[in-house]
Design a protein around this ligand. Structure first.
Ligand SMILES: Cc1cc2nc3c(=O)[nH]c(=O)nc-3n(C[C@H](O)[C@H](O)[C@H](O)COP(=O)(O)OP(=O)(O)OC[C@H]3O[C@@H](n4cnc5c(N)ncnc54)[C@H](O)[C@@H]3O)c2cc1C
Length: 297
């Protein structure tokens, strides 16, 4: 049972929080490598972990399986992700009850992407169209749910403008969202500008920056293309110099993330959310632990 609510962790924090995001692997081999990575990453002392939810609920059972595994491994509160994709309001309510019954109190609350092959998000009949609707549903169903929501420093790809995207983010916090985790970014200026714009718009909730320690140039290009975020020329250059993939390139990715973390925490970010992609290069955990040591005292 996750008695700890992440909002409380954020409110009472004396030092920045660290969280990791995992995804449900496809098979047993993937599960084994997730377990190895999760065990290594534990020594960086994460405060909580989150587990993604596949399009249309395709990974629902595996999401719960990974949540359970992380719980057993000694991770703190576990936050399953939940999306509106492919589910009616009643089905989402039933899922919310199930998660609550299993002891989960923290939910990353999302609309979700359109299922593969579709380009426009379409709510199913009697379904929900926006993450803000799901926040409202969860908060009404169980008042002790703590809801995280997604924020986009470089704007959600469907949003006509950054300003409108922030108006919609405010709808999520007005519906009861407790904190915001950002889409991945490689240029910290995007985060600082975004936080300023959110504060100007009256959003008061903590905003956790989401970072990807890139393992290769190809991966960084694929992820930024998918999320429509910018890949700095300088990172491309350093990755290319390191051979674009392999140990040296991965080292560049870790060092880049380390620099981002140091600046973000140094300038008051409430924590760091790492998209670890179910991997842990040997150098990653000590690099993160080193960044946090300074801020944890
Ligand atoms: C931290 C994080 C975790 C994620 N985890 C997952 C996951 O586990 N599974 C998964 O499938 N995807 C995940 N995603 C991706 C996410 O589902 C997509 O980015 C999706 O396209 C939008 O989801 P959202 O919750 O931000 O939607 P919303 O907040 O609903 O926003 C989606 C778009 O609609 C607009 N909008 C919102 N409300 C309104 C309104 N009332 N009227 C008009 N327009 C509106 C917004 O500006 C935005 O352009 C994650 C993203 C992040 C940043």
């Amino acid at each position: 049972m996750d008695a700890l609510c992440i909002k409380d962790l954020l409110d009472r924090r004396k030092s920045p929080l660290l969280s990791f995001e995992f995804f449900p692997p496809k098979d047993g081999l993937g599960m084994a490598s997730l377990e190895t990575a999760a065990a290594q990453l534990l020594s960086a002392k994460p405060d909580f972990a989150t587990v993604t939810y596949g399009a249309g609920g395709s990974t629902r059972e595996r999401t719960l399986q990974v949540c359970d595994l992380l719980r057993q491994m000694g991770y703190g509160p576990i936050m399953p992700h939940l999306t509106c994709v492919g589910s009616t309001r009643d089905e989402l309510l039933a899922l919310a009850d199930r998660l609550h019954g299993l002891g989960y109190r923290n939910i990353m609350t999302l609309r979700g992407d359109p299922p593969q092959g579709e380009t426009v998000f379409q709510a199913v009949t009697d379904g929900l169209a926006h993450a803000s609707d799901l926040v409202a549903l969860l908060k009404t169903a169980h008042t002790d749910f703590c809801c995280g929501v997604a924020g986009y420093p470089e704007r959600h790809p469907e949003a006509p403008s950054a300003r409108e995207d922030i108006v919609h983010l405010k709808q999520k916090t007005d519906a009861g969202a407790d904190f915001i985790t950002t889409q991945l970014f490689f240029d910290n200026r995007c985060y600082f500008d975004f936080v300023e714009a959110c504060r100007t718009a009256g959003i008061r909730q903590p905003i956790l920056p989401g970072l990807l320690p890139a393992i290769s140039l190809k991966q960084a290009q694929r992820m930024t293309a998918r999320c429509k975020t910018r890949l700095p020329e300088e990172l491309i250059r350093q990755m290319e110099e390191a051979g674009s993939e392999g140990d040296a390139a991965e080292e560049v990715g870790i060092q880049w993330a380390q620099k981002q973390i140091e600046e973000l925490l140094g300038r008051g970010a409430p924590g760091i959310h790492l998209y670890v992609m179910n991997r842990s290069k040997a150098a990653l955990t000590p690099a993160i632990a080193d960044c946090f040591r300074r801020f944890r005292g």
